[in-house]
Structure formats: C-alpha cells, structure tokens
Design a protein around this ligand. Structure first.
Ligand SMILES: [Zn+2]
Length: 285
C-alpha cells in the first residue's frame, strides 16, 4: 500500500501544479472506487471547480475545491476530493495526451484549464475516491488519530494516547484512530529501533519508551519522505517517477535470520492483529 511517505511525496509534487487551477470536467471509467458519492455527483461537482489547496491526511491525498457557483451541487461549498491510492494506484499530472497504455487504467481523468490533465490510474482499482463537504470532512477527519509528524503531537500527548489502551503496542501503533500513517513495515522497524516488545500492553509503556518510539516513528517516516517514498511495483511520485527509498530493514522480512544488533535469531508471530510481526527477544523488552 502507498503509505504516509508515498502519499506525502505525491501531494508535495502535485500541489504547485494544481493549486489555483480550474478543473474543466471529469471522466470516471469505473464507479467501484467511489465511497459515499455517486458518479453523477462527482462528475458534475468537479466540472468548473477551482483547486484552492492540497494536503495529505493519513494515507489520503486531499484536494480542496471551490465548487463552481454556476453549477448545481448537493454539496455545500467548499468541499474536498479525497483520493486514497490503492496498491496499484497513482495520481499524476500529464502535460501530453495520455498514451493508450496510460489511458487504459485511468479511472479518473480531469482536464485542467492550463491544458494539463490530472489522472488517477489504478490497475486493480484498490484505491478509493470520496467527495466530502465541510461537515462530511469534519466527521471524517475527527475519526482519524493525529498525524505522527505534526509538531503538535508532543511526547506527552503521544504517551497519553498509547496509555489509553491495554492492547499490544504494535496494534495500537497501527490503529488509524489512535495515530495515523504507521503501516506494518514501519511499525515493526520502529518498535525494534525503540527496543520495545511488540506484544507489550500499550498502557505499560514508560514515558521514556513512548518518547523513544515516537522519535523512531518520525525518523523512519521522514527518511522515507526525503527519499520520495518506497519503490514498489506500481508506485509513482506525483511527477511519475519511481520512489527511491530503501529502508534498511532490521526485522521486517528477516524472520529466522540473525538480529543485526545482537545476533539472536529473530522470532515472528501472526498473533498481533494477524499481520506478521518480527522481533528480537533479546533487544526488545
Ligand atoms: Zn537483538
């Protein structure tokens, strides 16, 4: 899945090209990617809409729109187009007409007033598209936990969130309602770096441990953003490039191999949230 760093990269790439532009119209090839909005509402709302901002929230690209006053829409203004790229999804701006190969998997095509085109491609259509008004956005946003890279998330606030659950720390770390954007690879690696047993009840972390954990989560996510996200098969940055981040993996994918720090054989389990957890008995307490 495109994780927080990949979506952040896409948003940073596209923002300067999109903000201030007006969407001329929209074509949607399949409506199975839509959530809570009909094809008709999406297409009519996007036509004539001006892009007034672009941000990231969790693993979603959020395009803020001022809808055209001359077109009827059931949505109040302004509203937000939210795209969560799936494993095979990419969101890019094209200067040239799409090649037949590019057009084949284009799910959403939105020509802009400068002649370019915003395109969401998704081979297997695992991504989702939403269109929310202010009220819908407020509810959506409120259901998500804080952003790990937000300076407003202080170590004390992070510690309070972690202390609020007795579930395994790894499960809590990956719970989007508690904190957003930490996927399985990053959770495994951050817990190893912080020396924390992934199955430890979240509420039993010391302030020192949770502070260390937050700093490693941030270090790993920031390194991934600086290298424009991870390279995996269908991922493209907003400019259509492959990412070039190769995280040095200490535990993820290394079950049965020797710990790089102490040489102990790494253990693994599927008992926490059914996802693979790899850890070192000796380094993680
Ligand atoms: Zn070890």
């Amino acid at each position: 899945m495109p994780e927080l760093p990949e979506v952040e990269t896409i948003v940073r790439d596209l923002r300067p090209h999109l903000v201030g532009r007006t969407i001329q119209g929209a074509k949607l090839s399949h409506d199975d990617v839509l959530r809570g909005v009909t094809k008709r509402t999406l297409v009519t709302s996007l036509a004539g809409a001006r892009v007034i901002g672009m941000t990231r929230r969790a693993k979603h690209a959020v395009i803020e729109l001022e809808l055209s006053a001359s077109r009827p829409s059931r949505l109040s203004r302004p509203s937000r187009l939210i795209i969560q790229p799936g494993m095979t999804g990419s969101l890019t701006i094209h200067e040239e007409p799409l090649t037949p190969g590019e057009a084949k998997y284009a799910v959403l095509r939105a020509p802009l007033d400068d002649g370019r085109e915003l395109v969401y491609r998704d081979v297997r259509r695992l991504g989702t598209i939403l269109l929310l008004d202010e009220k819908g956005w407020a509810a959506y946003d409120a259901a998500l936990g804080p952003e790990p890279l937000d300076p407003g998330l202080t170590p004390a606030r992070f510690a309070a969130i972690m202390a609020s659950s007795k579930q395994a720390i790894k499960k809590v770390l990956m719970d989007q309602r508690k904190i957003v954007g930490v996927g399985n690879i990053y959770a495994n690696e951050a817990l190893f770096a912080a020396g924390i047993d992934p199955s430890k009840p979240s509420s039993r972390l010391t302030l020192h441990q949770s502070t260390l954990l937050l700093s490693h989560v941030r270090r790993i996510l920031e390194a991934a953003i600086a290298s424009q996200g991870t390279t995996f098969r269908d991922y493209r940055t907003g400019t259509g490039e492959k990412g070039n981040f190769q995280l040095e993996l200490f535990v993820y994918g290394r079950e049965g191999e020797k710990c790089r720090v102490c040489g102990t054989r790494l253990a693994h389990t599927h008992e926490i949230d059914a996802r693979i957890t790899v850890f070192c008995h000796r380094c993680q307490q």
